[in-house]
Ligand binder design. Structure first.
Ligand SMILES: [Zn+2]
Length: 398
């Protein structure tokens, strides 16, 4: 299996300046390549290919050995490939008859990653093996940078990326052939319902909440985004507001990752089989429908616009959680089953009666047929578990 490892870098101030320059040159390369493609497309309707741009890279490097020529050829190719992907997605949407936005220029602060596609090519993980205690990564044009390696790297390092987050630098290793480490069987199975009040509710009746500070940061982010929207373009205040939004984004991201890791770890430790709702099906809209004004539309007081933003922040959280859960489940040898979430919230987990009226409020479920009363999310989680086990039985019988 594949897995990635992220470590904090501890560059010297000279190295930090070189990293900043490296990122900046890759950003300019990206923008120049984008400009080239835009012009060709606008003037002649021609799509410039990755191969053309990669070929030109040789000349760009030769013309400026102290500039673009300093960095790894392969990392620059990776940046051009990244642009190529953006264009491939753009043309795909055009073919589908949609009106996509043209790939955008990356402003300062909007280009934060450089990738070296192959360990040993312009980069080297563990570049100072003779050093007794510390780990280093060598990057062409920057040198041997000290890594705060807080855990063991497993598998074979394939790609190495450097990422800037605020004033910090990270190295991300993408590893292949990482051995799975199966956990002992527990004999327990579980269904999970993903929600807003609790990130996860289990069919055993446990509520695994998002960290409380995440909800607070999400509120602050929603408010900051609204604040930004009110500022005049190009103004100093707008720049300040934008910086605040960006900082809150990264806080929310970190807190969400942290919460998702903890919740996923707990589930994977306790259960052999975990059943969840498949995302991007009815589940996403199910929660967006209860109140018509809740769809993010603007009310005069702006209140629901904020709840709409807040909701989209939560939506993103479920995807992150499921991704992490699936990685952990794979590594631990656990089984993960996705089921169609249709009707899981309105069906009685005791008698199977399905009606909208069963759901009294967001939190309370009461069956109009048999009188069964339960926490609405626990009831849904039980239905999810049952649907998953039925799928599993059918697969085994086939
Ligand atoms: Zn019932």
């Amino acid at each position: 299996m594949r897995r990635s490892f992220t470590f904090l870098l501890r560059p010297t101030s000279k190295q930090a300046a070189a990293l900043t320059q490296c990122l900046e040159d890759h950003r300019q390369l990206y923008n120049a390549a984008l400009e080239h493609r835009r012009t060709a497309y606008a003037k002649a309707g021609v799509a410039v290919r990755y191969g053309d741009q990669s070929g030109e890279l040789k000349h760009i490097r030769a013309d400026n050995p102290g500039g673009q020529g300093r960095w790894s050829f392969s990392s620059q190719q990776a940046t051009l490939r990244r642009l190529d992907k953006a264009f491939a997605a753009f043309f795909k949407r055009v073919r589908e008859g949609r009106t996509p936005g043209f790939p955008r220029f990356k402003g300062r602060g909007w280009f934060d990653t450089v990738e070296w596609p192959k360990d040993g090519d312009g980069c080297r993980w563990g570049s100072q093996p003779e050093h007794p205690t510390a780990t280093y990564v060598r990057l062409q044009g920057i040198g041997n940078i000290r890594v705060h390696q807080h855990r063991t790297v497993k598998g074979r390092v394939k790609t190495i990326s450097v990422k800037r987050e605020g004033s910090r630098w990270y190295v991300v290793l993408s590893c292949e052939d990482v051995p799975a480490e199966p956990l002992p069987a527990t004999g327990a199975v579980n269904g999970i319902d993903m929600g807003v009040a609790s990130l996860v509710t289990t069919s055993d009746g446990e509520h695994v909440a998002n960290p409380r500070h995440l909800a607070m940061s999400a509120d602050r982010l929603a408010a900051a985004q609204q604040d930004l929207a009110r500022k005049k373009r190009g103004s100093k205040r707008r720049r300040k507001a934008a910086a605040r939004v960006a900082a809150l984004h990264s806080t929310v991201r970190r807190q969400r990752l942290d919460g998702a890791h903890k919740a996923a770890l707990r589930l994977v430790r306790e259960y052999d089989v975990i059943v969840h709702e498949a995302l991007n099906v009815a589940g996403m809209t199910r929660r967006a429908t209860p109140k018509p004004e809740d769809d993010g539309g603007y009310l005069p007081n702006g209140g629901s616009a904020k709840s709409g933003l807040n909701r989209s922040i939560h939506d993103a959280g479920w995807g992150v959680f499921l991704t992490i859960l699936s990685h952990k489940a794979e590594g631990a040898g656990r089984e993960l089953i996705a089921v169609n979430p249709a009707n899981t919230s309105r069906t009685c987990s005791r008698c199977g009666h399905c009606a909208k009226e069963n759901r009294l409020t967001q939190a309370v479920f009461r069956c109009t047929a048999c009188g069964h009363t339960a926490h609405a999310d626990v009831n849904a989680a039980k239905n999810i578990l049952r649907a998953g086990l039925a799928l599993r039985d059918a697969a085994e019988a086939a």
